[in-house]
Write a protein that binds this ligand. Structure first.
Ligand SMILES: [Ca+2]
Length: 315
């Protein structure tokens, strides 16, 4: 398994990476294609096709050199981003913090810091922990939240994905539709719990009505603080990326021009609708710049919607 390995910056005096073999991975999958010409007569034609793929990969072995330390016993992790290679998990598994809800009071902050001090630490999670912040889990039990406490919290792999097409003709009219789908698999939407920067720019509109405050103690998302850093990566930013999309639809009329010259007028559209619970711009786009995975929201444009009308002649 080839991976762009990042050298520690202390070793090379800057950032540097090279491709190297870092381990082994197994891949297992099935793919099913069904096509059918259901109706064929002078007036009607109906073609249907259905495609389903299921692929699972698992990292079975990794080199220990350059591994990221985590609190998971017996699991080696390669990679420093939110998506990593971890022994026993799918490629691009999400590495983040487990959390135990939202801190509701100063009493809880003091309890956590008292626990930290019993174990010889200064603070449980920095000196600015306050009500409304997430209570991250001290996985290794050393009394302090560090990157070492991160564990595998999700997988980008869908259970199944594929497409469905229908092509129906009635006399001179034809209608073609192409649907795509994915069931399962998670995607990181890291705008879900951003804090506001010091000034009012880059305002994130997601989840504003579900932020913690003393008046809204049962909120799912932590408090929104101005000028505070980005919260650590937890499963609150992982979302089910299942979707069902009408990728393309085309209505065509064959012009009655005779046998030699053929012509068509058509009306076509792409991306007319997507049904998904994923809150970001597009559950289907994957960043190609990342080492492995790329199942996170980027500033790349989502699949765009287009409408076109045309006339075509075949001479
Ligand atoms: Ca710890």
């Amino acid at each position: 398994m080839i991976w762009a390995y990042d050298f520690p910056s202390s070793a090379v005096g800057g950032s540097m990476s090279m491709n190297r073999n870092v381990g082994a991975v197994t891949n297992r999958g099935v793919e099913i294609n069904l096509t059918s010409h259901l109706i064929a007569n002078k007036d009607w034609d109906l073609h249907l096709s259905f495609n389903l793929a299921h692929n699972k990969n698992k990292v079975t072995k990794l080199v220990a050199e350059g591994a990221t330390q985590t609190a998971m016993e017996g699991v080696i992790v390669q990679g420093s981003s939110n998506q990593v290679l971890a022994e026993g998990y799918p490629m691009g598994a999400f590495l983040g913090y487990a959390h135990n809800g939202i801190i509701q009071s100063w009493d809880r902050v003091n309890e956590l810091n008292a626990y930290a001090q019993e174990l010889g630490q200064d603070y449980y999670n920095g000196n600015e922990l306050k009500p409304g912040n997430l209570e991250l889990v001290d996985k290794d039990g050393n009394g302090k939240i560090e990157t070492y406490d991160r564990v595998i919290i999700g997988s980008p792999d869908p259970d199944v994905y594929g497409g469905f097409t229908a092509d129906v003709r009635y006399k001179r009219f034809s209608l073609f539709a192409n649907f795509g789908y994915q069931i399962g698999g998670q995607k990181l939407y890291n705008k879900a719990i951003q804090n506001l920067p010091g000034q009012l720019c880059g305002l994130i509109d997601y989840g504003l009505d579900d932020r913690w405050s003393p008046e809204n103690p049962n909120a799912t998302l932590p408090a929104l603080y101005i000028g505070e850093g980005v919260p650590s990566f937890t499963d609150l930013e992982l979302f089910d990326a299942s979707f069902f999309r009408l990728q393309e639809v085309r209505l065509t009329y064959d012009l009655p021009l005779g046998k030699v010259v053929k012509g068509q007028v058509y009306l076509a559209a792409t991306n007319l609708f997507t049904i998904t619970s994923y809150p970001g711009t597009d559950p289907a786009t994957v960043s190609t710049s990342s080492n492995y995975g790329g199942n996170y929201e980027t500033s790349t444009y989502p699949g765009f919607r287009s409408l076109s009308v045309g006339i075509k002649f075949n001479l």
